[in-house]
Design a protein around this ligand. Structure first.
Ligand code: ADP
Ligand code: GLC
Length: 481
């Protein structure tokens, strides 16, 4: 049995701020259980819903020296859908209304978490062959495995993988601070190790020291070797390109299934969507106070409202877009300027635009099921899960060709009658608008074509099947048998 430990800062269903949680919560279930024992470790945040915290059972605790003090590390456990989850408890570090807050404090908190996660393993008696780390929050683990946790039998053969879900966030502060939080000696703070542009950089540590690096789509794996997408680490990505591969994300096909989804008004499938899907639209239009009309093209957005997602493009042409015969339904939270922009247009075009500035799982499912098209004009997108959810629900994505969007949405070709969505190349508002208008044209004037595209979209397979095999291959290769 090969033992794998996922270490991450979030996992569905316990705690989620974005796609990382979906991945960490759904991928472990998809490995071959006969050969792989995959477990997951995350912090026990105080903001995890009480119903989940009540189900966790206490395993053990110990005290760990960290930054000159002896700190409590509790370990809790919960078995969910066949997967063992461990939760690292320290109420000092993991309180607060959200998993992330203050940058500086987050650096200390997750440095503590990396120390505690490895220190907890001998205590629970789980000795993974591979520790699979995710994003900057776990960047110190590959470093520690080559340093302070190296001696002794328990850790000496442990391999590490780091998956980059978003290169933009690296966990950076001045060298002195990062040195204090990580407890690493001077040796590590050089430009070929944890130092980048004179600062300390936790993700860089992970990338330099991990035995393998993955990211969440093939295109993003190529993009981050270039300055535009490389966030200052493109040189490092080129240098480590032999150890870097892209493995595209999947989504949980049980949770996101229009045929069984309990959060939507009307279930449907690829055979009956022509009749049934629209019932969801009707219900949502009335719920959100939009004009109730089966024939209006409804465009959805479910997203963190950050500049990564391309909202500047929408801002630039939203008046033009609203002069068209479309409805725009937005669900998201994030930067105030985008929240206010959508609130403003909701006010200005009240029966056409619906801005829902909050977080809601049920509404997100309703949007995936109800809309005709799903807009995601990202500036960059390591993978993107929302477009996969939209495809699964027969809601055609309109995307910019970057990262995972490029790899998962096939552009409509009216001559070959192929494609599962619409896409444009340049980060340009009018290019986006033209693409949306092209989609409107197909929707209103060539409904048959539109519907066969929905057919194709719903038949695509973006479950974890193929990608989980690729991770298994990678683990096998690392373990060496
Ligand atoms: P990212 O991880 O960059 O935010 P992804 O597309 O990978 O983007 O994943 C986003 C996930 O978060 C999807 O599951 C999406 O449905 C969900 N999501 C984003 N914003 C909200 C919201 N306001 N309410 C509910 N779900 C949301
Ligand atoms: C990040 C990326 C997103 C990706 C997700 C899960 O949040 O922004 O593109 O889908 O991680 O890998």
């Amino acid at each position: 049995m090969k033992k794998i430990l996922f270490v991450a800062s979030e996992a569905v269903p316990f705690i989620k701020t974005g796609g990382l949680a979906d991945v960490v919560g759904s991928l472990p279930k998809c490995f071959n259980k006969e050969y792989y024992d995959v477990r997951v470790m995350i912090p026990k945040y105080l903001c995890i819903k009480q119903e989940w915290r009540d189900q966790m059972t206490y395993v053990d605790h110990f005290y760990m020296d960290y930054m000159g003090q002896s700190r409590y590390v509790g370990i809790l456990q919960h078995e969910y859908e066949g997967i063992t989850y461990y939760f690292i408890d320290n109420e000092g570090y993991f309180s607060g209304p959200k998993p992330y807050g203050d940058w500086l404090y987050d650096l200390e908190k997750f440095s503590f978490f990396c120390n505690a996660a490895l220190s907890a393993l001998p205590v629970i008696g789980f000795q993974p062959d591979v520790v699979h780390c995710h994003d900057w929050q776990t960047g110190l683990i590959p470093v520690y495995l080559k340093d302070r946790f190296r001696g002794g039998e328990f850790f000496c053969n442990m391999k590490s993988v780091i998956t980059i879900h978003n290169l933009k966030f690296q966990g950076v502060w001045d060298v002195k601070t990062i040195q204090r939080f990580s407890g690493l000696p001077n040796y590590y703070f050089a430009p070929d190790k944890l130092e980048a542009y004179k600062d300390g950089n936790l993700l860089k540590g992970g990338i330099v020291y991990a035995d393998a690096i993955t990211t969440v789509s093939d295109t993003y794996a190529e993009e981050i070797k270039m300055p535009f997408y490389g966030e200052g680490l493109d040189g490092l990505m080129r240098a480590r390109s032999n150890s870097l591969r892209g493995i595209v994300n999947g989504i949980d096909y049980e949770e996101f299934n229009p045929e069984t989804d309990k959060l939507i008004v009307q279930n449907y499938n690829v055979d009956n969507f022509r009749k049934e899907k629209v019932k969801n639209k009707r219900a949502l239009q009335s719920e959100l106070g939009l004009v109730v009309d089966d024939h209006k093209m409804m465009i959805g957005v479910v997203s963190r409202l950050t500049d990564q997602k391309g909202f500047d493009l929408i801002q630039h042409v939203i008046d033009d877009l609203c002069s068209d015969d479309v409805q725009l339904v937005v669900l998201g939270t994030g930067e105030e300027r985008y929240e206010n922009m959508f609130r403003h247009y909701d006010w200005k075009y009240n029966d056409k635009v619906s801005a829902n500035i909050y977080y809601s799982e049920p509404l997100s499912h309703k949007i995936y099921a109800s809309c005709d098209a799903f807009l995601m004009p990202s500036l960059f997108e390591p993978c993107g899960l929302s477009q996969l959810m939209a495809l699964r629900y027969g809601t055609l994505p309109i995307v910019r060709e970057t990262g995972g969007l490029k790899d998962t949405v096939k552009a409509y070709n009216e001559y070959e009658h192929s494609g599962t969505g619409f896409s444009f190349t340049n980060y340009n508002a009018h290019e986006m608008l033209a693409t949306i208008r092209y989609a409107e044209h197909i929707f209103y004037d060539k409904k048959r074509e539109w519907n066969t595209m929905v057919d194709r979209a719903m038949k695509e397979d973006y479950s974890w099947n193929t990608s989980a095999l690729k991770y298994q291959e990678l683990y096998d290769w690392l373990i060496g048998y």
